[in-house]
Design a protein around this ligand. Structure first.
Ligand code: SAM
Length: 392
């Protein structure tokens, strides 16, 4: 896969090599199951390689790697640092394994704690008891002199414990609000797609900022806005805060530098980025979001049906998240929409590449375009499949 869009992040990676306050630990970058490969690919462009696990990529790294993922990854949804792990058979083992973790580097002694526990194929049935045991073990580990540093925060530290087949992993949340909350999408039309899923789809479709991009059913504008921020070299996390900035071991000076350096180098590209939607409310929401993201001048947003929309160039990428019949539009009508859409694509958009989300592979019949399945994932709670192809 040629991932030229990643160039914007590759240039700015630099901080991971620096030794950080918490040394080297396993960092787990999460994404929607189905997009692990896309995330691994993006992280490689950031100079970070790791092991693929269901729902994410595990990387050995320090705070520099964490900073890079939070500031620059578009596809990750959360990042956690794995603080303690070991084999456990009973609650005493849980306490022993958790207590052995270097919690002082991640939690202030007086900081409120929230522990969430997930259990699969394990004998630990009563999750609240495990959570209580973990909380007490962390408090034990925090006894004694605390690390020098800023005042203890009031925000709680969130600890995730996974118990599976006799193994325990206790991680601390490093992101706070999920990473797909870039801060610009406060106006939503119906059935929006998450920003990190939109970014993963653009990558899997091999889109780069030099290629014209059109979303003919853009709703609140997620695809065009995400594409515009990529084309303008904006770092997705540069204007928000992260939970790891409250770790006692946090290197605030390095973070300040990295934040200032992220996303200042605009790419010099002007390929058109267009969003269309037949609903006035959707286009108004998309405009407000684009303005908030600082990319309104970079995008053309048009209230129109896909039948009327004109291709702005000879070729490019059509990316589209049409109604699925569950949340938008009646179920019985979606087959007719896909048939109609496929027909319009062949009549007016010949030669363009298409990336389309469908609720089920059986709809490719109605679409009647030469597309191949590229990823299957959940959009909210709905299973969807991404198909990519070239319009004949
Ligand atoms: C699933 S939503 C797209 C959500 C969008 N990707 C986002 O992130 O907000 C589908 C959109 O298709 C639009 N739509 C439905 N039929 C259309 C048509 N014939 N022409 C243009 N837009 C249409 C709806 O108004 C709706 O906003």
């Amino acid at each position: 896969m040629a991932h030229r869009q990643a160039q914007d992040t590759r240039r700015k990676r630099p901080s991971s090599a620096k030794k950080s306050g918490f040394g080297t630990r396993e960092i787990f970058a999460l994404t929607a199951p189905g997009f692990e490969e896309a995330l691994a690919d993006e992280l490689r462009d950031l100079g970070l390689s790791g092991r693929s696990e269901k729902g994410g990529i595990a990387i050995q790294g320090g705070e520099g790697a964490l900073r890079d993922i939070c500031l620059l990854s578009r596809i990750a949804s959360q990042v956690r640092v794995r603080v303690a792990r070991g084999r456990v058979e009973n609650l005493d083992d849980v306490a022993r394994v958790v207590r052995a973790g270097p919690w002082k580097q991640f939690v202030h002694p007086t900081q409120p704690l929230r522990v969430s526990v997930s259990v699969t194929g394990s004998r630990f049935r009563h999750r609240p008891r495990v959570a209580k045991k973990v909380e007490l073990a962390i408090k034990d580990a925090l006894r004694g002199p605390r690390l020098p540093g800023p005042k203890p925060p009031r925000d709680e530290a969130v600890v995730h414990v996974r118990l599976a087949e006799g193994k325990l992993i206790a991680s601390i949340d490093a992101t706070g609000d999920p990473l797909y909350k870039r801060g610009w999408r406060t106006d939503v039309a119906r059935a929006p797609i998450r920003e990190n899923l939109a970014a993963a789809i653009l990558r899997l479709a091999d889109w780069d900022p030099g290629t014209p991009l059109v979303d003919p059913m853009c709703g609140s504008g997620t695809f065009p806005i995400e594409a515009a921020t990529i084309s303008l070299g904006r770092a997705p996390g540069a204007s928000r805060e992260f939970a790891f900035e409250r770790f006692p071991s946090h290197d605030a000076a390095a973070m300040k530098k990295a934040r200032a350096a992220a996303g200042v180098e605009a790419l010099d590209v002007s390929a058109p980025i267009v969003g269309g939607d037949r609903e006035e409310g959707a286009i108004l929401a998309a405009r407000k979001n684009a303005k908030r993201a600082g990319v309104l001048p970079r995008i053309e947003l048009i209230q129109t049906t896909f039948h009327e929309l004109e291709p702005p160039a000879e070729t490019g990428l059509v990316v589209v998240n049409p109604p699925y019949g569950e949340r938008v539009g009646a179920r019985s009508k979606v087959g007719a929409i896909y048939r109609d859409f496929g027909k319009v694509m062949k009549e007016r958009w010949s030669g363009w590449k298409i990336a389309i989300l469908l609720p089920s592979p059986r709809h490719t019949g109605a679409l009647d375009l030469p597309v191949e399945e590229v990823a299957a994932f959940k959009n909210g709670s709905l299973p969807v499949t991404l198909f990519v192809g070239r319009i004949p």
